[in-house]
Design a protein around this ligand. Structure first.
Ligand SMILES: NC(=O)c1ccc[n+]([C@@H]2O[C@H](COP(=O)([O-])OP(=O)(O)OC[C@H]3O[C@@H](n4cnc5c(N)ncnc54)[C@H](OP(=O)(O)O)[C@@H]3O)[C@@H](O)[C@H]2O)c1
Length: 392
């Protein structure tokens, strides 16, 4: 899971309106799966500039001692991009945050885009609001797939699996199949999503994509198409990865430090403070408010060494001593988590939960439990005291 930086592309900004994730791009190849993913963070790109070995387009960057190839938008000026896709129709299937962001960017870039969603569903309504016209650029799913040459499967991961039996026969020879997550392909034993043998399979996803036995680069142009599509949907930089690495790191990260581990750590610290007689406001301030409002932005901007250098000598000594204790305690948990991702346990849980007809109500129940936790109730009051507070 990636977060859209402020400086990220239009696609990232569009996507972040409904889900705080960055877009990235990739293509699948049968034997040697190359894939590409957007480097959305301007600061990262800037600080790497000294290591750039090419001037425009494809270049090699040195990421802390590891050389990686990065593909750049500058190789694809708009006229070239439009010419490349002049005979294509991009059929965006699904209109969640990805369909919305990617579709609007590709349309703004002058590409021929249509949207396919369930007729009269929530996505249909939202697509119409965004100017997609029924019968012209907005169609029921099956019809859009028939009209499209590049089928961009942006349904929810659970829906990709559920709808595959209907969709698969429509993905005929010569079409290109496109995903934004390695999920359906990598866990094909569970999802049953197995692309036909005679279509190119491309991934344009947060992070990247890569080799899977079921993917094929039939035309020999899958990689080029993936890079071009990455540019088409608004990506600035792309890098090679694999389908497996993309999906493993994505599932691992969101369960770990991006969300799951952070919620767990916040709760643990808060609870101990409360047990020791600290007030809710003090416990919240020392756990969440200070972290998110003052420390983490600095870590993001300048790195952890800067943070250690900028804090008081007392804080620095304690943080230096306790970091290895937390690391040691957490490595076994992260190993357990990675294994649970790798062996498909996380995928099966996700498919089961997100495939339920009661999915929305079940989720609402669990989110209400978080909303009702004292820490987050206290947080609402703390946030209301901020000078720039705007009622939520
Ligand atoms: N969210 C992100 O930030 C993000 C970032 C990178 C990659 N991705 C990947 O991008 C893909 C799309 O994710 P998303 O978050 O944009 O979409 P999403 O919110 O997970 O899915 C929404 C779409 O799926 C449709 N849908 C759900 N169940 C369906 C069913 N049974 N039949 C037909 N349509 C159904 C919805 O249509 P209705 O409105 O009609 O229900 C809606 O158009 C996924 O592979 C995801 O992993 C997501």
């Amino acid at each position: 899971m990636s977060f859209a930086a402020r400086s990220a592309t239009q696609a990232l900004r569009a996507a972040s309106r409904r889900a705080p994730r960055a877009l990235s791009v990739a293509s699948l190849k049968p034997a040697q799966a190359a894939s590409y993913s957007l480097f959305a963070h301007a600061a990262a790109a800037k600080s790497s500039r000294s290591a750039v070995q090419g001037t425009r387009g494809v270049k090699t960057l040195n990421f802390a001692g590891t050389e990686e190839v990065v593909y750049e938008r500058s190789d694809w000026p708009l006229a070239k991009l439009q010419d490349y896709f002049k005979n294509d129709t991009l059929a965006l299937i699904g209109y969640g945050s990805q369909g919305h962001g990617q579709g609007l960017n590709a349309r703004d870039n002058g590409l021929n885009v249509i949207v396919g969603v369930r007729k009269d569903g929530e996505s249909w309504r939202q697509a119409m609001e965004d100017g997609w016209v029924p019968g012209e650029t907005l169609f029921p799913i099956e019809e859009a797939i028939k009209k499209g040459t590049i089928i961009m499967n942006l349904l929810s991961d659970a829906a990709q699996s559920q709808t595959w039996p209907t969709i698969a026969p429509l993905i005929t020879k010569g079409k290109t199949l496109y995903f934004s997550h390695g999920f359906s392909i990598v866990y094909k034993e569970d999802t049953k999503v197995i692309p036909p043998p005679d279509v190119d399979v491309i991934l344009v996803a947060p992070k990247g994509s890569g080799r899977t036995p079921s993917s094929k680069d039939v035309t020999g142009k899958a990689k080029e198409k993936a890079i071009a599509l990455g540019v088409g949907i608004g990506s600035g930089y792309m890098y090679d990865t694999t389908f497996e690495k993309e999906v493993y790191s994505d599932l691992y990260g969101e369960r770990g430090v991006l969300m799951g581990a952070i919620q767990g750590l916040f709760l643990a610290q808060y609870q101990v403070l409360r047990k020791n007689g600290h007030t809710p406001s003090e416990a919240f301030n020392e756990t969440v408010e200070e972290a998110t409002q003052s420390l983490y932005p600095l870590v993001g901007q300048y790195g952890m060494d800067y943070m250690y250098n900028a804090c008081s000598t007392t804080a620095r000594r304690g943080a230096l001593d306790w970091a290895p204790v937390f690391e040691k305690a957490n490595v076994p948990i992260f190993e357990q988590l990675y294994e649970s991702v790798r062996n498909g346990t996380e995928t099966r849980k996700s498919l089961e939960f997100n495939g339920r007809s009661t999915y929305r109500e079940d989720l609402a129940r669990e989110l209400k439990e978080i909303n009702d936790q004292e820490i987050w109730r206290a947080g609402k009051v703390v946030r209301s005291l901020r000078p720039d507070y705007k009622p939520e």
